[in-house]
Design a binder for this molecule. Structure first.
Ligand code: SF4
Length: 345
């Protein structure tokens, strides 16, 4: 796209958004707190999954103050099932940070970026959508659109390319309707400019797009990732009649405040630490998940033997009724174990 095409591009994109924007609950408000909650929930999570959580969250924690004053257990319980629990912890900490200073959600980008858990993208989204500040946003959708519009061949894994893209996201901003414009870019990425098979034929900005002519799927350019490391870990469903042994994770860690089934770095360590023999256990399921560069296979075993006191004797371990586990927050891989138990028990 050329510099002199930008005004026509802005007009076409805004007109398309006005007609085609999905009616989403966070688009009916200018409350910066509500917009902030939606942006955090939408990170790595699909819109249709987020909607019920968003609505329930705002009923339970309608203001920053109410969220700040709520116990972390209640906050985590309201996030249960949405995954990536660090987001809930950071949101809670951020609410406490603002509440301690007796401050409202700020409108300026720099002030927003001082809040724990708010990076440049979220700050830009809140400032532009809630306060109409002329600041850009750059998430995966916007990166894809910009690299296609401008046929950018540099690797998006490089900080230099990302810096260039932030610059372009700023250059294309209109003077008015900034919030709508930024949302229009995200909407175009979510509903037209798909990663694979983008709908270029019906795209409202097709005539400005250099990448569409060259083959849109060539963009963005990503150099090969480092090879994933494979790990095989183990977890145990331990039953005592209709109760299960669960482990509450200490606060501060990656899974702080969440519940997990007892788990180990390998099946071998599990046998060694619990004193179980292989014949005491049955294989219940396999859960595959990824974390940073690791591809993890979690082997889930089951036993109805009573716990080995030495292995499970501390206060982190509790016997919990099967009927109560659906209300507890688990990290995604252990949530799959919960779903399997609830489906079959
Ligand atoms: Fe994306 Fe195609 Fe539209 Fe270009 S023309 S922005 S590649 S959908």
């Amino acid at each position: 796209m050329r510099q002199n095409q930008i005004p026509a591009f802005q007009k076409a994109l805004l007109a398309w958004y006005q007609k085609n924007a999905r009616d989403l609950p966070w688009r009916r408000t200018k409350d910066p707190y509500a917009i902030w909650v939606s942006e955090i929930m939408l990170q790595q999570t699909q819109v249709k999954t987020v909607i019920p959580y968003y609505e329930k969250w705002l009923r339970q924690f309608p203001t920053v103050k109410r969220l700040a004053e709520s116990p972390s257990e209640t906050v985590m319980n309201h996030w249960a099932g949405l995954g990536y629990y660090r987001r809930a912890r950071m949101l809670h900490q951020a609410a406490q940070f603002l509440s301690d200073k007796k401050e409202a959600v700020p409108s300026e980008l720099n002030a927003l970026m001082k809040i724990p858990g708010i990076g440049r993208y979220t700050a830009g989204a809140i400032a532009s959508i809630a306060f109409e500040k002329k600041v850009p946003v750059l998430d995966g959708n916007v990166i894809r659109i910009l690299t296609r519009l401008y046929a950018i061949k540099e690797d998006i894994g490089s900080p230099k390319t990302i810096k260039k893209l932030w610059g372009l996201a700023e250059i294309i901003l209109p003077d008015k309707k900034i919030g709508d414009f930024n949302q229009a870019l995200m909407e175009l990425g979510a509903t037209v400019c798909f990663p694979q098979s983008p709908s270029c034929l019906i795209c409202p900005v097709n005539s400005f797009c250099d990448g569409a002519k060259l083959g849109p799927e060539k963009f963005p350019v990503k150099n090969k990732k480092e090879k994933a490391e494979l790990l095989e870990t183990a977890a145990l469903i331990l039953r005592n009649k209709n109760r299960l042994l669960l482990e509450k994770q200490p606060s501060g860690g990656r899974w702080g405040g969440l519940w997990m089934f007892p788990h180990w770095r390998s099946s071998k360590s599990m046998l060694k630490e619990t004193g179980f023999k292989e014949k005491d256990l049955s294989r219940r399921m396999t859960v595959k998940h990824g974390f940073t560069k690791y591809r993890i296979t979690l082997q889930v075993y089951e036993s109805s033997l009573k716990s080995n006191r030495k292995a499970f004797g501390d206060e982190r371990h509790q016997w919990i009724a099967v009927s109560s586990i659906k209300n507890l927050p688990f990290p995604a891989p252990h949530q799959k174990i919960v779903s399997e138990i609830l489906k079959n028990d």
